[in-house]
Ligand binder design. Structure first.
Ligand code: BTN
Length: 252
C-alpha cells in the first residue's frame, strides 16, 4: 500500500516535471516517438499551429526513419536514442547577413553540448577527436526557417566512404538525448530573441574552431588550411594553389 502510494507520487512528480518542462519554455516544444524526418514534421506542425503562437516551434524525436543531411545525403540513427531536432523560426531571424545563420547555429549547438573536447568544422559540423558528433541542416520554405540538428548520443552510425552518402567518420557523445534536445532548442530559442551582429558571430565561431586541422575539399580531395572567416560567412583557405574563399557545402 505504502509502496503503491510512493510509486504513484513519484509518477505524479515525474509527470508534472515533464509537463512543466514542456510548457514554460522559450520554444513551443513537441516530442514525437518516431517520425520520418523532424524537418517535415516541423513544417506540418507549423502549418497546423498557424500564427497562434509567435515562439519558435521545436520538434524532436527518439527515432527518424528517413532523416536527411546536407547535399541530399541521408542521416541515419541506428534506432532510438540519438538527438533529432528541428527548430522552426516563423518570424524574422535577428541576424544579417543570413549566410551567417548556419555559423551561429553551430556555436549555439556546441555550447549546448558543453564539452571542452568538441570543436567546429566550417561551416557547422561538431567534431570530437576528428569524428562528426553533430550535423546541422538549414532549410526554408518561404514561411519559416527550419534548423535541423542531429547529435549522435546512443550510437555513431557507420558512414560510407564512397557513394552519394559518403562523409566523415561519425563519433558519439554520451548523454541524455531528451535533455540535450531541449537544451539545444532552448539555446536556439533564447538566441532568436536577442539582437545579433556579424562581428560577434565571427568572434564566437572563430573561438570554437580547430584552426590547425586540415580540411579536405569534397570535389577534388585537396587538403587546405583554414585561414579566417570572412564577414559574409565564407571561409578563407590556403592550399597548393594559393588562397581562396570557400562557400558552404564543399567539405567532407
Ligand atoms: C549534415 O548532413 O551534417 C546535417 C545533418 C542534419 C540531421 C538532422 S536530424 C534532425 C533533422 N531532421 C532531418 O531529417 N535532418 C536533420
Amino acid at each position: 500500500m505504502r509502496r503503491t502510494h510512493a510509486t504513484s507520487l513519484l509518477t505524479l512528480i515525474t509527470t508534472q516535471t515533464r509537463a512543466m518542462t514542456t510548457t514554460c519554455r522559450t520554444v513551443d516544444w513537441r516530442w514525437l516517438e518516431t517520425t520520418p524526418s523532424t524537418m517535415d514534421a516541423a513544417k506540418d506542425l507549423l502549418k497546423e499551429r498557424g500564427d497562434t503562437d509567435a515562439r519558435p516551434l521545436a520538434v524532436a524525436t527518439a527515432h527518424q526513419t528517413k532523416g536527411r543531411g546536407t547535399r541530399g545525403r541521408s542521416w541515419t540513427d541506428d534506432g532510438r536514442g540519438n538527438v533529432a531536432l528541428t527548430v522552426a523560426f516563423p518570424s524574422e531571424i535577428p541576424l544579417a547577413p543570413i549566410t551567417l545563420l548556419p555559423l551561429r547555429v553551430g556555436t549555439v549547438v556546441i555550447d549546448a553540448l558543453n564539452d571542452s573536447r568538441l570543436s567546429l568544422k566550417w561551416p557547422n559540423d561538431v567534431l570530437l577527436e576528428g569524428g562528426k558528433v553533430a550535423g546541422i541542416l538549414v532549410e526554408s520554405d518561404g514561411n519559416a526557417i527550419y534548423v535541423g540538428v542531429g547529435v549522435n548520443v546512443a550510437s555513431a552510425p557507420a558512414v560510407p566512404s564512397a557513394g552519394p552518402d559518403r562523409g566523415r567518420r561519425a563519433a558519439k557523445i554520451p548523454g541524455d538525448a531528451f535533455a540535450i534536445a531541449q537544451s539545444i532548442a532552448d539555446g536556439l530559442g533564447a538566441w532568436s530573441q536577442d539582437r545579433d551582429d556579424a562581428t560577434s558571430v565571427i568572434t564566437d565561431w572563430s573561438a570554437r574552431v580547430d584552426w590547425a586541422a586540415d580540411l579536405e575539399l569534397r570535389e577534388t580531395g585537396e587538403l587546405v588550411k583554414p585561414v579566417r572567416l570572412l564577414p559574409d560567412g565564407r571561409l578563407k583557405v590556403r592550399g597548393a594553389g594559393g588562397e581562396r574563399a570557400l562557400v558552404a557545402d564543399y567539405l567532407l
